[in-house]
Design a protein around this ligand. Structure first.
Ligand code: 5AD
Ligand code: SF4
Length: 457
């Protein structure tokens, strides 16, 4: 989490919060928002349980078995309560799903806060400090969604995430998101533009627009604006160097949206387009609203607009009823698309979803074997695709020092290409570029997970 006062700025007696984040990018952003509202309430952040006055577990139930995990982690921290009056809270999906029942079940838990109740966190924590245990996990009114205003004073990093739509109306048969994050609510255009402007004024160079399905942004807003309208407007915010967005649904990825790649100068050439499976039978049972031919048509369309775009995807293996033949269709589509990056998962039933009622009939060992086969195929594709950068000069947005930043007399800097690859490059101590700066880097080495190069010009 960026932007909270550092250790050196702490004053004695100041309260400290530790936030442990599981799961997706949405959760990272929610943790950030929790840190923000507590910062305004006088807290600083710590990563040390022994220092913390409040420890919050921000949980995700998309793939994990999060209840078990979070209760295990909490019980391991229980001895802290004997030393000092530390408060334990649970946030995120588990909080939303179980609410008060979780407080009733776990006597040493002090509060439960759902994703729509983050603004009330200071009050919830204050109540808990006075012995009143609260669970707040209400859905917000769909027509009056209270997005927490950004505080530019605590967003000084070079890159920032900004939620523009929360929830999801798609109800894919395996997915718990619509149940735990609720129905779609879009952030109004004017508010989004104001927030992007505030981020840029605070020094942010790159903004990633965030949502479970950003493509359906605008539904339900006055005048029914569309996501391409929003992208065009955000892209024109003065001073915004780079714009990205995640996640997209293939069925909602319109020609107009895909045509913006290679057209809006600051829209980075990277698209995450979850395929989930290559078999049309499996896609139909997943209720994905597209078949493999329609998906491949989206890929061809975006590549026509922007041939060098980097593509990534999500795949689930071992969905109920997935045969070896079905799985081979997934391999075939993955091979045909030639992704830069893949996130792949073994199917696990999520309570309350449609697929949870079906027999989870692919044996665990078979799921693991399919996952390994798919991942080793993708590793090879990624390695090959990275080679295309050798000798090219890439625009790199500097994020900061690399992990091994001091190299003799030189400093190593870490940044990302427009296509979202990590690049490390060395500069001498006199010319260290600032985070957020764009540097032209000639790529001269391809490593397993990143590119290396030398700054030019
Ligand atoms: N089992 C396995 N993977 C899942 N995902 C979502 N639900 C499940 C599940 N029940 C994966 C999908 C989604 C990503 C965020 O998590 O691939 O795109
Ligand atoms: Fe889940 Fe499907 Fe919505 Fe993605 S689009 S969040 S997989 S229901």
């Amino acid at each position: 989490m960026n932007g909270l006062p550092s250790e050196s700025q702490q004053v004695p007696g100041q309260r400290r919060v530790m936030i442990v984040t599981y799961g997706c990018q949405m959760n990272v952003f929610d943790s950030h928002r929790m840190a923000q509202v507590l910062l305004r309430d006088g807290y600083v952040e710590t990563m040390e349980p022994a220092e913390a006055d409040v420890i919050i577990f921000n949980t995700c139930s998309v793939r994990d078995k999060p209840e078990k995990k979070v209760l295990g982690s909490l019980s391991r921290l229980l001895p802290l309560k004997e030393i000092k009056p530390v408060l334990f809270g649970v946030a995120g999906c588990v909080a939303q799903q179980h609410g008060q029942a979780l407080l009733d079940k776990v006597p040493y838990l002090d509060f439960v806060v759902g994703p729509d109740n983050i603004a009330q966190l200071p009050q919830i924590v204050a109540d808990a400090r006075h012995g009143s245990r609260t669970a707040r996990a209400d859905w917000m009114d769909r027509h009056n969604y209270d997005f927490i205003p950004l505080d530019p004073a605590v967003e000084p990093g070079p890159t920032a995430f900004l939620t523009i739509i929360k929830g999801c109306d798609n109800f894919c048969s395996y997915c718990v998101v619509p149940y735990v994050r609720g129905r779609e609510v879009s952030k109004p255009l004017e508010l989004t533009l104001r927030e992007v402007g505030m981020l840029v004024d605070a020094g942010v160079s790159e903004v990633t627009l965030l949502g479970q399905n950003v493509n359906s942004w605008g539904r339900g807003l006055p005048g029914e604006p569309t996501f391409p309208d929003l992208l065009e407007a955000v892209s024109a915010v003065p001073g915004l160097k780079r714009l990205r967005f995640v996640t997209s649904h293939p069925a909602d990825a319109s020609d107009r949206l895909l045509g913006l790649f290679g057209h809006l100068p600051n829209l980075a050439e990277y698209l995450h387009l979850p395929l989930q499976a290559g078999s049309d039978d499996v896609l139909a049972r997943m209720r994905r609203k597209y078949d493999s031919a329609q998906y491949l048509d989206r890929i061809r369309t975006v590549r026509r607009a922007c041939p060098d775009i980097a593509l990534s995807t999500d795949i689930i293996v071992g969905f109920p009823g997935e045969t070896r033949q079905d799985f081979e269709r997934t391999l075939a589509v993955v091979r045909e698309v030639d992704y830069d990056l893949m996130y792949s998962f073994k199917y696990s039933p999520r309570p309350g979803t449609r697929a949870a009622g079906w027999v989870d009939d692919v044996p665990e060992a078979e799921k693991a074997a399919r996952l390994a086969e798919l991942q080793s195929m993708q590793d090879e594709i990624t390695r090959r695709r990275m080679q295309r950068f050798l000798g090219r000069t890439e625009e790199v947005l500097v994020e900061g020092p690399s992990k091994s930043s001091r190299k003799g007399a030189a400093f190593e800097i870490m940044g990302r290409t427009r296509t979202n690859y990590i690049v490390n490059f060395c500069v001498d101590g006199a010319t260290i570029p600032a985070p957020g700066e764009l540097v032209q880097v000639r790529i001269d080495k391809i490593l397993a997970h990143c590119l290396k190069g030398v700054p030019v010009g």
